[in-house]
Ligand binder design. Structure first.
Ligand code: ZN
Length: 268
């Protein structure tokens, strides 16, 4: 994407973010990675609803300023995502109330309750708390970034990313909408999960149609537990330990069998 288009879209998404109450005051930040590798980002301490196209910061991929505007102190989280995901060109971070309520309650958005969400977003794990703008936060996020297109950050907020800024924004909207529906369904007595068979079909459809690749499969999130699908990447242990914010332990079928047979041997 060229710089002028990126600047225009960041200002438009900033307005949407503010008008939808995903942020207040100077919360949140947005960035776009340009074709030449530079990053255009929202400036520090500026309300997202009143940014101007010429008021945005430009940095390199290490965060080094390339113009006279200072980027948000939370830019490190964006740069981590760009480094971990070659396919990602834009990042949106905000504190949307329903999604952030999950993050405050120590819950991931990982119940298979909506078919469209399984198709287009996947589950949203919870990264452990880390002080904003420090390496604590990026360390907590790192193992999750590869498998997911949006994350919750404990006691903080949400971040979503995509191949362009509108995809990143759409994913943030889907996260917030899903969190809202999940909360409302609890008010009505609780949600009914989709069956493992239905989940498997949806994951096959999303991969065949190119909505999401196999990298979005995640053993930690709850969607795959009962299905015959597995995450193809090897770093499941790290992902699992990071996403059990609610004290829930998730094991693959083989790991469960191994654990039970170990326990049986101890009792012999
Ligand atoms: Zn924040």
């Amino acid at each position: 994407m060229d710089e002028q288009t990126a600047r225009r879209e960041i200002v438009r998404v900033g307005k949407l973010m503010y008008e939808r109450s995903y942020v207040v005051s100077s919360d949140g930040n947005i960035s776009v990675r340009l074709d030449d590798g530079r990053v255009v980002a929202t400036p520090t301490q500026t309300g997202k609803g009143r940014m101007t196209e010429d008021g945005l910061a430009v940095t390199d991929l290490e965060g080094k300023p390339l113009n006279d505007r200072r980027a948000s102190s939370e830019l490190a989280m964006h740069l981590l995502i760009y480094r971990e995901r070659e396919d990602v060109r834009a990042v949106c971070h905000a504190h949307p109330p329903n999604g952030s309520a999950f993050a405050v309650a120590g819950l991931a958005i990982d119940r298979p309750i909506l078919s469209e969400v399984i198709l287009t977003l996947g589950c949203v794990p919870l990264a452990e708390y880390g002080t904003p703008s420090t390496q604590e936060l990026t360390d907590a996020m790192r193992p999750l970034v590869k498998h997911h297109n949006a994350l919750l950050m404990a006691n903080h907020g949400a971040v979503a990313y995509g191949a362009d800024l509108w995809q990143a924004w759409d994913r943030l909207e889907t996260l917030e909408h899903t969190a809202k529906i999940a909360i409302l369904s609890r008010v009505l007595g609780g949600s009914r999960n989709l069956s493992p068979d239905a989940i498997e079909k949806l994951i096959n459809v999303r991969e065949a149609s190119g909505y999401l690749g196999e990298g979005a499969r995640c053993q930690a999130c709850g969607y795959l537990h009962e299905t015959n699908l597995a995450c193809p990447t090897g770093d499941r242990t790290a992902v699992r330990s990071q996403s059990n914010g609610a004290g829930r332990i998730s094991l693959s079928r083989e790991e469960l069998v191994e654990l039970l047979s170990q326990a049986a041997r101890l009792n012999e």
